[in-house]
Design a binder for this molecule. Sequence first.
Ligand code: NAD
Length: 284
Amino acid sequence: MDEPLIAIVGAGVMGTGISTLVVGHGLPVVLVDVDEDVLERAARAVANGLRHAQLTGSLPAGSTPAELRTTLSLNDIADAAVVIEAVTELPEKKADVLAAVSALVKPGTPLISNTSGIPIDEMAAWVKSPGDLIGTHFMNPAYLISMVEVIRGPQTADETVESVLSMLTRIGRRPVVVRDAPGFVTSRLLHPMINDAAQVVSAGTATVEDVDTLMQGCLGHPTGPLRTADLIGIDNLVDALEALYQRTGDERHRPSELLLEKVRLGELGRKSGRGFYNYSEAQS
Ligand code: NAD
Protein backbone atom coordinates (compact mmCIF):
# COMPACT_ATOMS: atom_id res chain seq x y z
CA MET A 1 0.00 0.00 0.00
CA ASP A 2 1.26 3.51 -0.83
CA GLU A 3 2.32 5.60 2.14
CA PRO A 4 0.17 8.73 2.67
CA LEU A 5 1.47 11.98 1.20
CA ILE A 6 2.25 14.70 3.75
CA ALA A 7 2.14 18.32 2.53
CA ILE A 8 4.29 20.90 4.30
CA VAL A 9 3.70 24.57 3.53
CA GLY A 10 6.65 26.86 4.34
CA ALA A 11 10.21 25.66 3.68
CA GLY A 12 12.06 27.68 6.32
CA VAL A 13 13.77 26.43 9.47
CA MET A 14 10.79 24.35 10.62
CA GLY A 15 9.40 23.23 7.27
CA THR A 16 12.85 21.88 6.41
CA GLY A 17 13.33 20.09 9.73
CA ILE A 18 9.83 18.57 9.67
CA SER A 19 10.34 17.45 6.04
CA THR A 20 13.58 15.71 7.08
CA LEU A 21 11.76 13.94 9.90
CA VAL A 22 8.83 12.83 7.74
CA VAL A 23 10.74 11.59 4.67
CA GLY A 24 13.30 10.04 7.02
CA HIS A 25 10.48 7.88 8.40
CA GLY A 26 9.43 6.78 4.93
CA LEU A 27 6.47 9.08 4.25
CA PRO A 28 6.60 11.15 1.03
CA VAL A 29 6.47 14.94 1.34
CA VAL A 30 5.42 17.74 -0.98
CA LEU A 31 7.08 20.92 0.33
CA VAL A 32 5.67 24.29 -0.76
CA ASP A 33 7.16 27.77 -0.52
CA VAL A 34 6.80 31.07 -2.37
CA ASP A 35 10.53 31.40 -3.04
CA GLU A 36 12.46 29.14 -5.46
CA ASP A 37 15.82 29.86 -3.73
CA VAL A 38 14.33 28.86 -0.39
CA LEU A 39 13.14 25.58 -1.92
CA GLU A 40 16.58 24.84 -3.36
CA ARG A 41 18.21 25.55 0.01
CA ALA A 42 15.56 23.42 1.74
CA ALA A 43 16.23 20.41 -0.52
CA ARG A 44 19.95 20.64 0.33
CA ALA A 45 19.20 21.10 4.04
CA VAL A 46 16.93 18.02 4.05
CA ALA A 47 19.68 15.92 2.43
CA ASN A 48 22.18 17.15 5.05
CA GLY A 49 19.65 16.65 7.85
CA LEU A 50 19.00 13.06 6.76
CA ARG A 51 22.74 12.32 6.91
CA HIS A 52 23.00 13.97 10.33
CA ALA A 53 19.92 12.15 11.67
CA GLN A 54 21.24 8.80 10.45
CA LEU A 55 24.68 9.43 11.97
CA THR A 56 23.16 10.40 15.34
CA GLY A 57 20.77 7.43 15.33
CA SER A 58 17.71 9.71 15.21
CA LEU A 59 16.24 7.75 12.29
CA PRO A 60 15.48 4.03 12.19
CA ALA A 61 18.67 2.14 11.22
CA GLY A 62 18.82 1.14 7.56
CA SER A 63 15.68 3.08 6.67
CA THR A 64 15.28 4.44 3.14
CA PRO A 65 14.00 8.01 2.99
CA ALA A 66 10.84 8.64 1.00
CA GLU A 67 10.61 11.14 -1.85
CA LEU A 68 10.74 14.90 -1.20
CA ARG A 69 9.09 17.01 -3.88
CA THR A 70 9.43 20.80 -3.73
CA THR A 71 7.01 23.14 -5.47
CA LEU A 72 5.91 26.75 -5.77
CA SER A 73 2.33 25.69 -6.49
CA LEU A 74 -0.03 25.24 -3.56
CA ASN A 75 -2.32 23.25 -5.89
CA ASP A 76 0.13 20.34 -5.54
CA ILE A 77 -1.09 19.66 -1.99
CA ALA A 78 -4.64 18.76 -3.08
CA ASP A 79 -4.15 14.99 -2.61
CA ALA A 80 -2.29 15.18 0.69
CA ALA A 81 -3.47 13.01 3.58
CA VAL A 82 -2.24 15.59 6.12
CA VAL A 83 -1.14 19.23 5.70
CA ILE A 84 1.36 20.90 8.02
CA GLU A 85 1.46 24.71 7.81
CA ALA A 86 4.87 26.13 8.79
CA VAL A 87 4.86 29.64 7.28
CA THR A 88 6.07 32.85 8.93
CA GLU A 89 4.49 33.59 12.35
CA LEU A 90 2.37 36.50 11.12
CA PRO A 91 -1.39 36.06 11.65
CA GLU A 92 -2.35 37.70 8.33
CA LYS A 93 0.04 35.42 6.42
CA LYS A 94 -1.21 32.31 8.21
CA ALA A 95 -4.82 33.39 7.59
CA ASP A 96 -4.22 33.58 3.82
CA VAL A 97 -2.37 30.27 3.68
CA LEU A 98 -4.81 28.35 5.87
CA ALA A 99 -7.82 29.65 3.95
CA ALA A 100 -6.22 28.64 0.63
CA VAL A 101 -5.17 25.22 1.97
CA SER A 102 -8.59 24.44 3.40
CA ALA A 103 -10.23 25.31 0.08
CA LEU A 104 -7.94 22.84 -1.73
CA VAL A 105 -7.95 19.68 0.39
CA LYS A 106 -10.76 17.17 0.93
CA PRO A 107 -12.91 17.77 4.02
CA GLY A 108 -11.67 15.54 6.84
CA THR A 109 -7.99 16.10 5.92
CA PRO A 110 -6.14 17.00 9.16
CA LEU A 111 -4.84 20.54 8.86
CA ILE A 112 -1.98 21.16 11.27
CA SER A 113 -0.53 24.56 12.13
CA ASN A 114 2.98 24.63 13.56
CA THR A 115 2.38 28.08 15.05
CA SER A 116 4.47 29.03 18.08
CA GLY A 117 1.57 30.60 19.88
CA ILE A 118 -1.41 31.89 17.89
CA PRO A 119 -4.47 30.23 19.45
CA ILE A 120 -5.89 27.43 17.30
CA ASP A 121 -9.42 28.68 17.88
CA GLU A 122 -8.48 32.04 16.38
CA MET A 123 -7.23 30.22 13.28
CA ALA A 124 -10.40 28.13 13.14
CA ALA A 125 -12.18 31.21 11.77
CA TRP A 126 -9.88 31.10 8.71
CA VAL A 127 -10.62 27.52 7.58
CA LYS A 128 -13.65 25.85 6.01
CA SER A 129 -13.74 22.94 8.41
CA PRO A 130 -12.64 23.96 11.97
CA GLY A 131 -12.91 20.37 13.20
CA ASP A 132 -9.98 19.44 10.91
CA LEU A 133 -7.65 22.07 12.44
CA ILE A 134 -5.11 21.26 15.17
CA GLY A 135 -1.77 22.65 16.37
CA THR A 136 1.55 20.88 16.69
CA HIS A 137 4.58 22.58 18.12
CA PHE A 138 7.57 20.72 16.73
CA MET A 139 10.85 21.96 18.22
CA ASN A 140 13.95 22.76 16.19
CA PRO A 141 15.53 20.56 14.88
CA ALA A 142 12.30 18.59 14.46
CA TYR A 143 14.15 15.42 13.43
CA LEU A 144 16.24 15.38 16.63
CA ILE A 145 13.75 16.44 19.32
CA SER A 146 11.23 13.66 19.77
CA MET A 147 8.74 15.44 22.06
CA VAL A 148 5.94 17.39 20.33
CA GLU A 149 3.38 19.65 21.99
CA VAL A 150 -0.03 19.07 20.37
CA ILE A 151 -2.68 21.76 20.76
CA ARG A 152 -6.30 20.74 20.67
CA GLY A 153 -8.58 23.68 19.87
CA PRO A 154 -12.10 23.78 21.31
CA GLN A 155 -13.50 22.88 17.87
CA THR A 156 -10.91 20.23 16.93
CA ALA A 157 -12.68 16.93 16.12
CA ASP A 158 -11.80 13.68 17.94
CA GLU A 159 -10.94 12.06 14.56
CA THR A 160 -8.42 14.85 13.85
CA VAL A 161 -6.72 14.35 17.21
CA GLU A 162 -6.61 10.56 16.71
CA SER A 163 -5.22 10.69 13.20
CA VAL A 164 -2.57 13.31 14.06
CA LEU A 165 -1.44 11.38 17.15
CA SER A 166 -1.21 8.24 15.03
CA MET A 167 0.84 10.08 12.36
CA LEU A 168 3.17 11.49 15.04
CA THR A 169 3.68 8.02 16.51
CA ARG A 170 4.37 6.67 13.00
CA ILE A 171 7.22 9.21 12.66
CA GLY A 172 8.65 8.38 16.08
CA ARG A 173 7.42 11.41 18.04
CA ARG A 174 6.15 11.51 21.63
CA PRO A 175 3.10 13.81 21.65
CA VAL A 176 1.70 15.63 24.68
CA VAL A 177 -1.77 17.13 24.12
CA VAL A 178 -2.55 20.49 25.74
CA ARG A 179 -5.45 22.92 25.61
CA ASP A 180 -5.56 26.05 23.52
CA ALA A 181 -4.12 29.36 24.84
CA PRO A 182 -1.73 32.03 23.51
CA GLY A 183 1.73 30.41 23.47
CA PHE A 184 0.26 27.08 24.75
CA VAL A 185 2.81 25.74 27.27
CA THR A 186 6.29 25.84 25.76
CA SER A 187 6.29 29.30 24.12
CA ARG A 188 4.38 30.78 27.05
CA LEU A 189 7.28 29.75 29.31
CA LEU A 190 10.30 29.86 26.98
CA HIS A 191 9.77 33.06 24.99
CA PRO A 192 9.50 35.49 27.92
CA MET A 193 12.57 33.84 29.45
CA ILE A 194 14.59 34.53 26.30
CA ASN A 195 13.21 38.08 26.20
CA ASP A 196 14.30 38.58 29.82
CA ALA A 197 17.74 37.12 29.05
CA ALA A 198 18.18 39.74 26.30
CA GLN A 199 17.16 42.49 28.77
CA VAL A 200 19.71 41.22 31.29
CA VAL A 201 22.41 41.61 28.60
CA SER A 202 21.11 45.10 27.63
CA ALA A 203 21.20 46.18 31.28
CA GLY A 204 24.89 45.21 31.41
CA THR A 205 24.32 42.70 34.22
CA ALA A 206 26.18 39.95 32.35
CA THR A 207 27.53 39.07 28.93
CA VAL A 208 25.70 36.84 26.47
CA GLU A 209 28.15 34.02 27.23
CA ASP A 210 27.80 34.42 31.01
CA VAL A 211 23.99 34.40 30.87
CA ASP A 212 24.03 31.13 28.92
CA THR A 213 26.80 29.61 31.06
CA LEU A 214 24.91 30.37 34.29
CA MET A 215 21.62 29.03 32.94
CA GLN A 216 23.38 25.85 31.80
CA GLY A 217 25.59 25.29 34.84
CA CYS A 218 23.22 26.40 37.60
CA LEU A 219 19.81 25.53 36.20
CA GLY A 220 20.48 22.70 33.76
CA HIS A 221 19.26 24.53 30.65
CA PRO A 222 20.67 22.51 27.72
CA THR A 223 22.11 25.42 25.71
CA GLY A 224 21.30 28.66 27.53
CA PRO A 225 18.43 30.93 26.41
CA LEU A 226 20.43 33.10 24.00
CA ARG A 227 21.87 30.14 22.09
CA THR A 228 18.29 28.88 21.90
CA ALA A 229 17.26 32.26 20.44
CA ASP A 230 19.90 31.82 17.72
CA LEU A 231 18.60 28.33 16.98
CA ILE A 232 14.97 29.45 16.78
CA GLY A 233 15.73 32.49 14.58
CA ILE A 234 15.49 35.93 16.21
CA ASP A 235 13.00 37.18 13.56
CA ASN A 236 10.66 34.29 14.38
CA LEU A 237 11.16 34.89 18.10
CA VAL A 238 10.17 38.56 17.72
CA ASP A 239 7.08 37.65 15.65
CA ALA A 240 6.05 35.03 18.21
CA LEU A 241 6.60 37.42 21.15
CA GLU A 242 4.58 40.09 19.33
CA ALA A 243 1.74 37.59 18.76
CA LEU A 244 1.85 36.70 22.47
CA TYR A 245 1.99 40.35 23.56
CA GLN A 246 -1.00 41.26 21.37
CA ARG A 247 -3.06 38.48 22.93
CA THR A 248 -2.00 38.69 26.60
CA GLY A 249 -1.00 42.34 27.12
CA ASP A 250 1.77 40.98 29.36
CA GLU A 251 4.81 43.33 29.23
CA ARG A 252 7.20 40.37 29.53
CA HIS A 253 6.04 39.40 26.02
CA ARG A 254 6.83 42.78 24.44
CA PRO A 255 9.92 42.11 22.25
CA SER A 256 12.96 43.72 23.89
CA GLU A 257 14.91 46.46 22.11
CA LEU A 258 17.98 44.22 21.76
CA LEU A 259 15.96 41.53 19.92
CA LEU A 260 14.40 44.17 17.64
CA GLU A 261 17.85 45.65 16.93
CA LYS A 262 19.21 42.20 15.98
CA VAL A 263 16.36 41.80 13.48
CA ARG A 264 17.02 45.29 12.03
CA LEU A 265 20.70 44.32 11.58
CA GLY A 266 19.79 41.00 9.94
CA GLU A 267 21.50 39.15 12.82
CA LEU A 268 18.86 36.43 12.96
CA GLY A 269 20.88 33.63 14.55
CA ARG A 270 22.16 30.43 12.98
CA LYS A 271 20.16 30.89 9.80
CA SER A 272 21.94 34.16 8.94
CA GLY A 273 25.36 33.16 10.30
CA ARG A 274 25.25 35.62 13.20
CA GLY A 275 22.94 36.34 16.11
CA PHE A 276 24.02 36.47 19.75
CA TYR A 277 26.94 34.30 18.58
CA ASN A 278 28.86 34.01 15.30
CA TYR A 279 28.60 30.82 13.25
CA SER A 280 31.30 29.98 10.76
CA GLU A 281 28.77 28.51 8.32
CA ALA A 282 25.26 29.89 7.83
CA GLN A 283 22.59 27.18 7.76
CA SER A 284 21.96 26.29 4.15
P1 NAD B 1 11.06 30.80 8.68
O1 NAD B 1 11.00 32.27 8.61
O2 NAD B 1 12.38 30.12 8.76
O3 NAD B 1 10.26 30.16 7.43
C1 NAD B 1 8.99 30.56 7.04
C2 NAD B 1 8.85 30.18 5.57
O4 NAD B 1 7.49 30.42 5.17
C3 NAD B 1 9.74 30.99 4.63
O5 NAD B 1 10.55 30.13 3.85
C4 NAD B 1 8.73 31.75 3.74
O6 NAD B 1 9.20 31.95 2.41
C5 NAD B 1 7.55 30.79 3.81
N1 NAD B 1 6.29 31.43 3.41
C6 NAD B 1 5.83 32.65 3.70
N2 NAD B 1 4.63 32.85 3.12
C7 NAD B 1 4.32 31.70 2.45
C8 NAD B 1 3.22 31.29 1.66
N3 NAD B 1 2.19 32.09 1.43
N4 NAD B 1 3.24 30.04 1.13
C9 NAD B 1 4.29 29.21 1.34
N5 NAD B 1 5.37 29.56 2.09
C10 NAD B 1 5.38 30.79 2.63
O7 NAD B 1 10.14 30.41 9.93
P2 NAD B 1 10.24 29.08 10.82
O8 NAD B 1 11.18 29.33 11.94
O9 NAD B 1 10.40 27.91 9.95
O10 NAD B 1 8.77 29.08 11.47
C11 NAD B 1 7.66 28.52 10.79
C12 NAD B 1 6.53 28.33 11.80
O11 NAD B 1 6.96 27.42 12.84
C13 NAD B 1 6.16 29.64 12.52
O12 NAD B 1 4.80 29.62 12.81
C14 NAD B 1 6.99 29.54 13.81
O13 NAD B 1 6.48 30.36 14.82
C15 NAD B 1 6.89 28.08 14.12
N6 NAD B 1 7.93 27.51 14.97
C16 NAD B 1 9.23 27.88 14.83
C17 NAD B 1 10.19 27.28 15.63
C18 NAD B 1 11.66 27.63 15.49
O14 NAD B 1 12.46 27.17 16.32
N7 NAD B 1 12.07 28.37 14.47
C19 NAD B 1 9.84 26.31 16.58
C20 NAD B 1 8.49 25.94 16.68
C21 NAD B 1 7.54 26.54 15.88
